[in-house]
Design a protein around this ligand. Structure first.
Ligand code: MG
Length: 335
């Protein structure tokens, strides 16, 4: 098994502002695994609010490969699942590439290996960061041209009413909101959620700080809208703790370490009657295509990364008629 690593910078089409910062690009590392005559890709996406860097991803994967005595894919999966070092994005990149290799060597799709139904792909949201009316108009036009049917609006507690007013001037499509921990108290959250329910909002993501679970329980009990955990839901062990505080969870490969862990989390969340949103950290087509495989198990998808990026080196999953559609991954730009 040969691994090659390619650091790269994904440029956003428009600057992306959320409650804890503004960014115009995202660092990533692509990993290419070659085994027998097969080639597989993985992606580690590294938004600046996470602790991993391109160097830490390169160090982790290089050391991982050196420590592997065999080329057996099962041995690589075993070592990855026993790793307790953190490095979630690096692990996600390796895990998705290993799944792709396994599928190719067995002549099946990853969905077939996991026994996931191919029908019923969910609607995918198009994310709009905090922006002016003119910027929002460009983004809404982009989303409409692709055929997105739902928006996800980022709020931060400061100009929430203006953001929603602007959206409603531009579109009558349904929308979700993502507060990224931006509201300050249960009283403020409940007031905002009641107002959003009257505006036609579908769901509210991460209204308050990730550790404020007691406060979130109060919000959930009084909320007319479903509340989803994102920052509060990192890995498998969080799911059980969240069941009384949220109605759903946003599961992302970069948070939990890949397809293997995300699949376990989705099954656990379903057992507990939690709704599922499968999301991304603005990955390119490599990461979003891997997540898209799991999306038919989800209620909503937020895999709009490839549509927000100006220089995606790959193409793969698409949004068609507003829903996720799986397509073969293809490299467009050689490194
Ligand atoms: Mg979120």
């Amino acid at each position: 098994m040969q691994s090659s690593l390619y650091p790269y910078q994904l440029k956003f089409k428009y600057p992306f502002k959320i409650s804890h910062g503004l960014r115009s690009y995202t660092d990533v590392v692509y990993v290419k695994l070659e085994h027998e005559n097969y080639t597989a890709w993985g992606e580690a996406t590294l938004p600046p609010y996470l602790s991993e860097t391109q160097q830490s991803v390169i160090d982790f994967i290089s050391a991982f490969q050196k420590s592997m005595p065999s080329n057996n894919i099962g041995d690589w999966f075993d070592k990855l699942s026993n790793d307790q070092s953190g490095n979630m994005s690096a692990k996600a990149a390796l895990d998705m590439a290993l799944w792709s290799l396994k599928a190719q060597t067995e002549g099946k799709t990853i969905g077939e290996l996991l026994d996931i139904e191919k029908r019923g792909f969910p609607l995918c949201t198009y994310t709009i960061g905090i922006c002016t009316f003119d910027e929002m108009k460009l983004k809404v036009d982009d989303a409409n041209n692709v055929g997105f049917e739902i928006f996800k609006i980022k709020l931060n507690g400061e100009n929430d009413e203006e953001m929603i007013r602007n959206l409603k001037k531009l579109s009558s499509k349904p929308f979700a909101v993502d507060v990224n921990q931006g509201w300050q108290s249960p009283i403020q959250a409940i007031e905002k959620i009641n107002w959003l329910a009257g505006e036609g909002c579908l769901l509210v993501e991460q209204p308050m700080l990730k550790n404020e679970l007691r406060e979130m329980k109060e919000v959930k009990e009084k909320s007319p809208l479903p509340i989803f955990a994102d920052e509060s839901c990192q890995g498998f062990s969080d799911i059980e703790l969240l069941k009384d505080c949220f109605d759903g969870v946003n599961i992302k490969l970069m948070k939990c370490g890949g397809i293997t862990e995300a699949f376990k989390m989705i099954k656990k969340a379903k057992e507990l009657d939690l709704k599922i949103l499968i999301g991304c950290m603005s990955e390119s087509s490599v990461g979003c295509s891997a997540a898209a495989i799991l999306s038919s198990m989800a209620d909503y998808a937020d895999l709009d990364g490839p549509y927000l990026i100006a220089n995606d080196p790959f193409e793969g999953m698409k949004v068609e008629h507003g829903r996720i559609a799986l397509h073969q991954l293809r490299q467009k730009i050689k490194f």
